[in-house]
Design a protein. Structure first.
Lengths: 310, 291
């Protein structure tokens, strides 16, 4: 009698095996191509205003004071004189300690949302218990959205389950509140890692994935954002769930911002061109966009002298 | 030596932010010789090149203004040295572009060098001579000091082709302004050669920017540009004068016309220290003194 060959026990493929690898050359070339579209006059103006409406204007500095945050909120509400018909920004993005000041200034109901960074931003290198507590406090103070950082140490050490569990734990604390998961792509080194971390973040319950803290160079780049957008696209095809995208840091000019909008449109389609699914995190970008809006409307090249401090 | 060697024709670049760049528009124009032949091609600046030049000038203005007057003088003197070094090339450039005789062209270059040295001397003297300690009837020191106005746009006349560039740029630059110089439409090559002199003269990139091309395209965006603080116009075209003056109303730019004939540029009239005052702001400070 022939010995029966035993089938190997079936195993779930590991997440590393489920996630595709990235062709660096192709992704960089494709990302560069989005910056070559010619967007003029009416389309440009519409794009610029859309950029404003998608912006999380950010102040994440040790020197932040209630006054500076009030100023940030005022600018988010009314970025420029009403005659230019600019929308307000999507959100202000602040440290947890500043959330209550922002809430105080904006009131309970506001067109501008309050996003709070949390979970030991920017390093994430603190015990999970304090990171969760921080999230709870920010929510208690009135944050509408939480921008968490992933545990890059765990990710780079290959502890994907731990990273997953931590994100899931933060999401459990957030409940229905929008959770943005910052991958800090500048520390993940390869596009393969970015793609893998995006997948873990989405599966663990992140509503948005976000490139960077803005504290590490390189921050958001076009290719990295494209890798994440493609991860979102594939996740949507697999599950039907729409995950948002937020590039942050390094986007300083209106021209760059328009190229990102083109990339989102051509990768995910018009559905994602809404502040509910696409945000840009920036501090100095807003003034450049406003200058371009005024230039497009008035016809004169503008001077920073005529715009409020960013 | 072979007679079959092909010409290596130069395309003169714009000078923006210390770099020699092609026009953003990708355009170029032929520079004709006085007899109608082709000398060389040069880049044809667009309004976006103007925008870039003003941005470069703005970025450079702060650092340049913070340098000591003495150092600014040294750097301008160095520019004179570099021009002296390249006097032969510059003479040749003027002679082949305009119909000036070589001796006449050489005289213009020599005067340009001397004029640069002259203005270099004013860097640490202007505040002394034009500033003041004012007598006031209270216990204050009251003094008036000049400060650079910021970004100055200057329009060169057609003739002569080199001297006015010095007389327009130097008085503004010496006090710490940065300059966007629009070269003559008719004879742009000497201006673009001057850029090559300035690029090797320790002058920080962006302090002097030189554009060439069609005036008509640049006048209106230049006049209305909110980040230009002063315009010095040596073009004697009435239409240009009016268009620029109208633009100054947008952001209260300073405006100075230099209505000199071609011969006047060779005289002391073009070494007027009051021209320096056209691109400075006088600040008066009241400083309390103890009883």
């Amino acid at each position: 009698m022939m010995p029966q060959t035993l089938a190997a026990p079936r195993q779930m493929p590991s997440i590393r095996e489920r996630v595709p690898t990235i062709d660096q050359v192709t992704v960089e070339e494709r990302a560069a191509s989005f910056a070559k579209r010619s967007i003029k006059t009416a389309a440009k103006l519409a794009g610029l205003k859309m950029t404003v409406s998608m912006m999380d204007i950010t102040s994440l500095e040790g020197k932040d004071t209630p006054g500076r945050i009030a100023y940030l909120c005022r600018k988010a509400l009314q970025p420029i004189a009403p005659k230019y018909e600019s929308p307000s920004c999507a959100a202000v993005c602040v440290y947890p300690n500043m959330v209550r000041h922002a809430r105080h200034f904006l009131g309970q109901r506001s067109a501008v949302r309050i996003a709070s960074v949390a979970t030991a931003f920017p390093s994430g290198q603190y015990p999970l218990r304090t990171r969760l507590e921080e999230t709870r406090r920010a929510l208690g103070d009135g944050a509408d959205e939480i921008d968490m950082v992933i545990n890059r140490g765990a990710f780079l050490a290959g502890e994907y389950n731990r990273m997953f569990d931590e994100i899931a734990a933060v999401k459990a604390v957030c409940g229905a509140t929008h959770l943005k998961v910052i991958l800090e792509t500048g520390e993940l080194v390869t596009y393969d890692n970015v793609r893998l971390a995006s997948q873990i973040a989405m599966e663990a319950g992140g509503d948005f994935i976000k490139t960077s803290t803005g504290k590490i160079q390189p921050a958001a780049t076009m290719p990295v954002t494209l890798v994440m957008l493609e991860a979102i696209r594939d996740y949507f095809f697999a599950t039907g769930l729409r995950i948002g995208m937020k590039p942050a840091g390094g986007i300083r000019t209106a021209k760059q911002a328009l190229a990102y909008l083109v990339m989102v449109k051509e990768t995910l389609g018009d559905d994602w061109l809404t502040p509910d699914l696409f945000r840009i995190g920036a501090s100095t970008l807003l003034n450049d966009v406003l200058m371009q809006i005024v230039k497009t409307v008035d016809g004169n090249y503008q001077s920073a002298d005529y715009f409020s401090l960013s | 030596m072979s007679a079959l060697r092909l010409d290596v024709r130069k395309t003169y670049k714009l000078y923006i932010g210390g770099n020699f760049v092609r026009s953003e528009s990708g355009r170029s124009l032929p520079a004709p010789s006085p007899s109608g032949g082709l000398l060389d091609n040069f880049c044809h600046a667009s309004r976006k090149d103007l925008r870039d030049a003003v941005a470069a000038a703005r970025a450079a203005a702060d650092g340049w203004a913070k340098k000591s007057a003495y150092l600014r003088g040294q750097i301008l003197y160095r520019a004179a040295e570099m021009l002296e070094d390249r006097a032969a090339a510059m003479t040749e450039e003027i002679a082949r572009s305009t119909s000036a005789a070589p001796a006449q062209a050489r005289a213009e270059v020599d005067l340009a060098i001397d004029r640069l040295v002259y203005f270099a001397g004013w860097t640490d003297k202007f505040a002394q001579v034009f500033g003041a300690v004012n007598p006031v009837a209270s216990s204050h020191f009251n003094f008036t000091i000049p400060e650079p106005t910021g970004v100055v746009a200057a329009l060169a006349p057609d003739e002569p082709s080199l001297l006015p560039l010095i007389s327009l740029a130097a008085p503004a630059v010496l006090m710490g302004n940065s300059v966007v110089l629009v070269a003559s439409e008719k004879f742009p090559l000497p201006a673009l050669t001057l850029a090559e002199v300035l690029a090797t003269s320790d002058l920080p990139g962006g302090v002097v920017n030189i554009l060439a091309g069609r005036r008509g395209e640049l006048i209106s965006p230049l006049a209305g540009h909110l980040d230009i603080n002063a315009i010095v116009n040596a073009s004697r075209v009435e239409e240009t004068h009016r268009a620029l003056q109208a633009g100054t109303a947008v952001n209260l730019k300073r405006y100075a016309a230099r209505s000199l004939t071609a011969e006047d540029w060779f005289t002391d009239a073009a070494e007027n220290p009051y021209w320096i005052a056209d691109t400075v702001e006088f600040k008066t400070v009241w400083h309390p003194i103890g009883l």
